[in-house]
Design a protein around this ligand. Structure first.
Ligand code: ADP
Ligand code: MG
Length: 410
């Protein structure tokens, strides 16, 4: 409960107050402590309820509102103020900030802006490092080429992340034309990304959750559009808003991006905390990894997030060794997933993820550890990385390709 932000709002206008309330009530990380319809009572309400954040909707009486900000800051210094107004007049903003407000939002409020403002207040003034959407991790799963296992990783990662009681995870299928995450999860979704994207300005959290498909693993899915012609209706701006919205309700977003690295994919990559770049150990894949890594190097903040995941390790003795791959790419290999065609194909054909289909298989255990490693939970990540090192060491002794790799590298 520590990371929950307690909020009290004041707005004499019933309509705007109700609409803001609707937004706040849908946010898992916000607890609406009290609401107040009269400016003159707000300072008292704040001193009684001691919220972390007071939201002042200022338009009904701007002068009274500005005075109120100073009063509240004086009487309840711990309460940080967020001001909302129809106006974006620079002079008004200046006065409001001088009176002691921390954030200013203009009506109509975009949910992601509200979320971002609360997050900033939480981290800058309340010392809540784990508060707000900072806890929400965006993990993009990208592939070096088609068929390397991007969707397999994204879906199974999602299921393992969703399994933990304290986490809630959503998988977004951004392979807008040919995405098949719904097949992997054997679901027939009622709504798709196009419905959510088109209504993103008026979506609230309840509606958003209703638009998602929930899998038995507890993983939510936002699938790609059904019709090819709908793909063009989705813009990069929409995706940025959808991700912002999802970040406010989910602890983990897993994004299965397409192989075209278009504007939509890049938007997701920019918003990601981690980028898992899935590859196999053959020349065309590794060449693409080098190209992608070089391009990411030109984009601010991108390369640091990239983690190379080698899939289907042990597939073919003719494959390039891990050591050589690592040297070629010039980066460490973050994870190795073993080859297990039988289990993987069965899982995909049945539409049953590994967690249910074959939880004991080595590939399933490796996926589970990978999920822990990127979960953002430090203790779980450290344990998973240590366990995986042991597994990799076992592989090193047992699988020829990696052994060969040692020789080649050494
Ligand atoms: N570790 C693995 N071992 C064996 N087969 C795998 C593995 N990972 C994925 N596959 C298989 O590879 C194929 C392509 O995987 P997919 O996840 O659809 O790739 P992508 O999304 O990159 O196109 C699928 O048939 C899948 O079952
Ligand atoms: Mg795919």
């Amino acid at each position: 409960m520590n990371s929950v932000l307690r909020v009290t709002i004041v707005d004499p206008n019933d309509d705007t107050r109700e609409s803001l309330k609707g937004m706040l009530l849908g946010m898992d990380q916000v607890w609406l402590e009290a609401e107040c319809s009269r400016y003159e009572f707000f300072a008292d309400v704040v001193s009684q309820t001691q919220p972390d954040i007071g939201v002042v909707m200022i338009d009904q009486d701007v002068e009274r509102g500005i005075k109120l900000i100073s009063e509240v800051r004086e009487a309840s210094a711990k309460c940080q103020i967020l001001v909302v107004s129809n106006s974006n007049d620079g002079n008004l903003i200046l006065r409001v900030m001088r009176a002691g407000a921390r954030e200013f939002l203009t009506q109509p409020i975009r949910i992601e802006d509200l979320v971002a403002a609360l997050e900033r207040i939480g981290s800058q003034y309340l010392g809540r490092t784990g508060s707000g959407t900072q806890g929400a991790k965006v993990i993009c799963v990208a592939g070096a080429t088609g068929g390397v296992g991007t969707t397999s990783v994204a879906v199974n990662l999602g299921c393992y992340l969703a399994r933990e009681e304290k986490r809630n995870a959503v998988l977004v299928d951004l392979d807008l034309c040919l995405g098949d995450a719904d097949v992997f999860l054997d679901t027939i979704p009622e709504y798709t990304l196009v419905d959510v994207a088109q209504n993103v300005t008026r979506l609230d959290f309840t509606l958003l959750k209703r638009s998602l498909t929930k899998h038995s693993s507890k993983l939510f899915l936002l699938p790609r559009p059904v019709q090819l012609e709908d793909v063009d209706l989705i813009t990069a701006e929409d995706i940025s808003r959808v991700i912002g919205l999802l970040k406010a309700t989910f602890s983990h977003l897993i994004v299965d991006i397409s192989k075209s690295y278009n504007a939509i994919d890049l938007t997701a990559l920019r918003m990601a905390d981690d980028i898992l770049l899935v590859t196999q150990l053959d020349l065309p894949c590794l060449r693409n990894v080098v190209r992608l890594v070089t391009s990411f190097g030109d984009m601010e903040g991108m390369l640091d997030k990239v983690r190379i995941v080698v899939n289907r390790v042990g597939l073919d003795q003719g494959h390039i060794s891990l050591k050589k791959a690592q040297d070629t790419i010039g980066r460490d290999i973050f994870w190795q997933l073993p080859n297990d065609y039988r289990v993987m194909v069965q899982s995909r054909n049945n539409g049953i993820p590994l967690i249910e289909q074959a939880p004991k298989a080595a590939i399933a255990q490796s996926m589970q550890l990978l999920a822990d490693a990127v979960s953002g939970d430090e203790a779980a990540a450290t344990a998973a990385i240590a366990a995986n090192e042991k597994l990799s060491f076992g592989k090193l002794l047992n699988f020829l390709p990696i052994k060969a790799g040692k020789k080649e590298g050494g």
